[in-house]
Write a protein that binds this ligand. Structure first.
Ligand SMILES: Nc1ncnc2c1ncn2[C@@H]1O[C@H](COP(=O)(O)OP(=O)(O)OP(=O)(O)O)[C@@H](O)[C@H]1O
Length: 270
């Protein structure tokens, strides 16, 4: 992706997000992702504003997940990721980055809820203990705070020793969100977190994300246009490995500048 200086006028028009006017939590620069010889992301660097929700939309296979997963190096083993991923002035795509430590700041929640086969309490406490926190009072406090932030404390506070696998799909996904935020990341990446859930659970997850954006920068892949328009502040439209348009969500859904964006949000393809 060309930088601002070398962008054509047309490119500037479709990337209406102005980085000068916002506090940027994370950005990519000249990012390219290859699976073998096949280039899955070829164009479309984005800058993510702090404490906002950005939705990545686009047809199946357009590269949304590949882009998202690159942001905290989940693609390291399966793809070649070139270019810079800038976080707090550091290129976190460089070889000398401690990936484990970086993921403490940039957490991920996956499409399918994937709680550990442990108790609700242990699902959260496990990662904290691995990071050297052993005092029960501290663990108790963070478990409660995380479950409250994920809007499920009242439902599970008397069942903390129950297996997480006995929870409903929606509760399991909120537990996974609680687990991700327990270590206080800055940025939360979510890959279609509600696609496997019923409408009520989906709506609860959306409410949770809207609450969380007070403290977290959120980037979410979704196929659900209503969801993108309900919860996101910014939307990026991907097609064939390129972010073709990036703007405030209201603009993308009411006044898209790229014909393909319009076709996609109108349900004409994808
Ligand atoms: N592990 C992989 N190995 C090889 N190619 C892959 C792999 N994962 C994705 N791809 C390819 O990369 C391209 C982008 O896929 P990606 O999953 O990022 O798209 P997507 O927009 O998230 O799709 P969907 O909405 O269906 O999840 C596709 O052509 C896909 O086949």
């Amino acid at each position: 992706m060309a930088d601002n200086k070398t962008m054509t006028t047309d490119q500037r028009n479709i990337m209406t997000f102005d980085p000068q006017a916002h506090e940027i939590a994370l950005s990519t620069e000249d990012l390219h992702v290859f699976y073998g010889n096949s280039e899955a992301i070829s164009e479309g660097d984005l800058q993510f504003e702090r404490y906002k929700i950005t939705a990545l939309i686009g047809p199946s296979g357009s590269g949304k997940s590949t882009y998202l997963r690159s942001l905290n190096r989940m693609n390291d083993r399966i793809a070649t990721v070139k270019g810079k991923i800038m976080y707090r002035g550091l290129d976190i795509n460089s070889n000398d980055i401690d990936v484990y430590e970086m993921r403490r700041h940039i957490g991920m929640v996956f499409q399918r809820p994937n709680p550990f086969a442990k108790s609700i309490y242990e699902n959260i406490a496990f990662a904290l203990r691995q990071r050297g926190m052993n005092k029960k009072a501290d663990l108790d406090e963070i478990v409660e705070r995380s479950l409250r932030q994920a809007a499920m404390w009242d439902q599970v506070k008397d069942d903390l020793n129950k297996s997480a696998l006995a929870l409903s799909g929606g509760q399991q996904q909120r537990l996974c969100i609680a687990r991700a935020i327990a270590i206080k990341p800055d940025i939360l990446l979510l890959d279609e977190p509600a696609s496997a859930l019923d409408p009520v659970s989906t709506s609860q997850i959306e409410d949770t994300l809207l609450e969380l954006k007070q403290n977290y920068t959120i980037i979410i892949v979704t196929h659900n246009m209503q969801q993108a328009s309900r919860i996101s502040d910014y939307t990026a439209f991907f097609n064939l490995g390129k972010a073709l348009e990036y703007a405030e969500t209201g603009d993308i859904f009411t006044n898209p500048k790229v014909d393909l964006t319009n076709d996609y949000i109108s349900g004409n393809f994808g």
